[in-house]
Design a binder for this molecule. Structure first.
Ligand code: NAD
Length: 331
C-alpha cells in the first residue's frame, strides 16, 4: 500500500484527509508540526510527502529527502515562494501546488468586504453601540448598483468578483496584462491601470504577487483615485505600499479598505498573538482603524477550500508517484 506523510495538518483538515485515504486505499499519516531538520527522520519509509509550509526552509532538507527516496513535495497552497525550486530539482524533487481551490470563496469575501463599507455598516454598528439612533448625512449610502468597480487582475478570482459585482448592477471595468475576450460582456477592459481606476468607486485587487506587481498601489497610484474610494486587497500584501494606503485613508482618497493580505504578514498571520505583543505598528494601525477591515489572509477560508486543499495535495502526490510528473508541477 502507498504511504503518504503530511505535515502542517490543522484539525479542520483531518476529516477530508481520512475520507480521501479511505476512498483511495492509501495510508496517510499526518501531524500538525512543520517539517524541519529535527523531525525529518519521520519521513523515512514513506512514498509521498505533502506540506503546507509557511516561511523559509533549511536548504539541507532537499538532499535529505532525496536520500530517503522521496520524489516530490505536494504543497497545499497556491503560493510556493517558500521553496528553492532549483535546489529541489537538483535533488530530483517535484514541487506541486494547489493553484485554485475555491476562487469563488475569495471573490465573495472581496465583494462582501466592499459592501460592508459601501453600506456604512461599521458606522451603523458604532452608532447602535452608542445608542444613537439618529438618521443623518454620514449614514447615507450609495446604492451598490450605481457604482463603478475596477477589477485589477481579471483571472480566476478577479473574473468571479467581476461577475458578482455585475450581478449587483455595477459597471465593471478591468485591467489585465492578458486579453480576456470571454469576459468582455461583463467587463469593460482598459489599456492601463490608470484608466481602469480613474472613475472607480471600488477598486479590487486580484493580481499575483511578483516583481511587476510589487507596490503597484503606491502614493502615485492612490493619488489617481477619485475621493472616497473603497479599496480591497484580497490578493497579495506586497501589491500595496501600506504606508501609502494609510496616507490615502487619512486624506480621504480611500474611504474604506478591506485588507486581507498585508506585506509583512508572515510573522503574524496564522499565529495566536492574543497573549503576546504585536510589535508591528503598521499592522496595529490597520487593525485599530474603523475605516479598515483587516483580516489574516482568510478570504479563502471555507469548507470547500479546506477540502480542496487537502485533496489537492494528496491527488498531486499520487499523480507524481504514478506518472513521474504532475499538472500542478512548479519546478
Ligand atoms: P490568476 O492567475 O487566475 O489571475 C491573476 C490575473 O492577474 C491573471 O489574469 C493575470 O493575467 C493578471 N495579471 C498578472 N500580472 C498582472 C499585472 N502586472 N497587471 C495586471 N494584471 C496582471 O490568479 P487567481 O487565482 O485569480 O489569484 C489572484 C490573487 O489572489 C493572487 O494574488 C493570489 O495569491 C490571491 N489569493 C488570495 C487568497 C486569500 O485568501 N486572500 C487565496 C488564494 C489566492
Amino acid at each position: 500500500m502507498v504511504r503518504i506523510k503530511m505535515f502542517d495538518v490543522a484539525p479542520y483538515e483531518i476529516d477530508a484527509i481520512k475520507n480521501w485515504s479511505a476512498e483511495h486505499q492509501v495510508e496517510v499519516d499526518y501531524e500538525s508540526n512543520p517539517l524541519t531538520m529535527d523531525n525529518i527522520e519521520q519521513v523515512k519509509g514513506y512514498d509521498g510527502l505533502s506540506l503546507s509550509h509557511n516561511g523559509p526552509f533549511n536548504p539541507e532538507i532537499y538532499s535529505k529527502l532525496e536520500s530517503y527516496g522521496i520524489k516530490q513535495i505536494a504543497q497545499r497552497s497556491a503560493g510556493f515562494d517558500m521553496y528553492d525550486l532549483e535546489e529541489a530539482k537538483a535533488h530530483n524533487l517535484i514541487i506541486t501546488t494547489v493553484p485554485s481551490y475555491s476562487p469563488s470563496s475569495i471573490a465573495e469575501y472581496a465583494v462582501t468586504g466592499a459592501l460592508y463599507f459601501v453600506r456604512q455598516l461599521p458606522l451603523i454598528k458604532q452608532r447602535m453601540e452608542n445608542h444613537n439612533f439618529v438618521w443623518d448625512a454620514p449614514l447615507i449610502s450609495r446604492p451598490v448598483k450605481d457604482l463603478t468597480v475596477a477589477i485589477i487582475g481579471v483571472g480566476r478570482i478577479g473574473s468571479i468578483s467581476a461577475q458578482l459585482f455585475s450581478n449587483f448592477g455595477c459597471k465593471v471595468v478591468g485591467y489585465d496584462i492578458e486579453n480576456k475576450p470571454k469576459l468582455e460582456n461583463i467587463v469593460e477592459f482598459k489599456d492601463s491601470l490608470e484608466e481602469a481606476i480613474a472613475q472607480a468607486d471600488i477598486v479590487s485587487l486580484h493580481v499575483p504577487g511578483n516583481k511587476e506587481t510589487y507596490h503597484m498601489f503606491n502614493q502615485a497610484t492612490f493619488n489617481q483615485l477619485k475621493d472616497g474610494v473603497i479599496f480591497v486587497n484580497c490578493a497579495r500584501g506586497m501589491v500595496v505600499e501600506t504606508q501609502a494606503l494609510l496616507d490615502a485613508l487619512n486624506s480621504g482618497k480611500v474611504a474604506g479598505a478591506v485588507i486581507d493580505t498585508y506585506e509583512n504578514e508572515a510573522q503574524y498571520f496564522r499565529r495566536d498573538f492574543s497573549n503576546k505583543e504585536v510589535q508591528d505598528e503598521t499592522l496595529l494601525e490597520l487593525i485599530e482603524r474603523n475605516d479598515v477591515l483587516a483580516s489574516p489572509h482568510i478570504a479563502f477560508f471555507t469548507h470547500e477550500a479546506v477540502k480542496n486543499l487537502a485533496e489537492g495535495g494528496l491527488n498531486s502526490t499520487m499523480e507524481v508517484l504514478e506518472t513521474g510528473d504532475a499538472q500542478t508541477r512548479v519546478n
